[in-house]
Design a protein around this ligand. Sequence first.
Ligand code: ZN
Length: 287
Amino acid sequence: MRIHVIQTGTVAVKSVQPQGREAGNPLLNIVFDKNWTEPLPIFAFVIEHPEGLIVVDTGETARVAEPSYFPQWHPYYRYGVQEWVQPEEEIGPQMRAIGLDPKDVRWVLLTHLHTDHAGGLAHFPNARHLVSRSEYTSAKGTRGLLRGYPSNRWPRWFNPTLIDMQPEPIPPFPASYRVTRAGDVHFVPTPGHTPGHLSVVVTTSDMTYFLAGDTSYTQALMLSKKVDGVSPDRVIALQTLERIHAFCHATPTVYLPAHDPDTPDRLATLQLAVVQPTPAALMVSAV
Ligand SMILES: [Zn+2]
């Protein structure tokens, strides 16, 4: 199994978005914040798996440069986000550049349906798309558009398989959804950033990878349990960060959020989210 990280351009958001405020309305906090982040990478992942190619999130499309691509009446698009994507930075051309054909993708796993995760859907007409039932329900149609999901830009054929979590815990996550027959790729529920947000856990013989979507914008924000500025329910978002934190303590894990500039390095060097105690240290602590 091999995991590739693919950067599909950059996004800048208001400073209050990666690390939110405890008070106020999330959208108003964003609209009235005068400060922007640096352009942040937009990452997607491709997994070469024995059962077929798996894509985790599809990144963004170069069409964001079209003046009317996003609804200009929506305050978030008008005041809260800027994106830069060249056509050759889309996930399709980048996959072909490393010898992988997007038409061969078997599964597209979507952590959530925000524009910078679903913008590359058009490259995968042959795949089976998996998204949480609650995420799809809140993202579709005009109501989804009002919530900030550009559902009017999804390909006409987009008809994802809506998944419900199964009562098979991956502690401390109370449930999971198995994707591969081998049982080495699972969704786990990570509500917070959006109520239906999922993360993808990939297990190999010697490492566990946590493809985190937007559960946090950086690893540091997860480790310090800082809730972002768009989560509608801060209590639920904090519980998710605590679960990921506990998971990374219990299992040697490489944590890979979608906008953390350190994600490619961390994947290449197998840098763990939490330094695990060495056997010697365990023996000392046991004495
Ligand atoms: Zn998002």
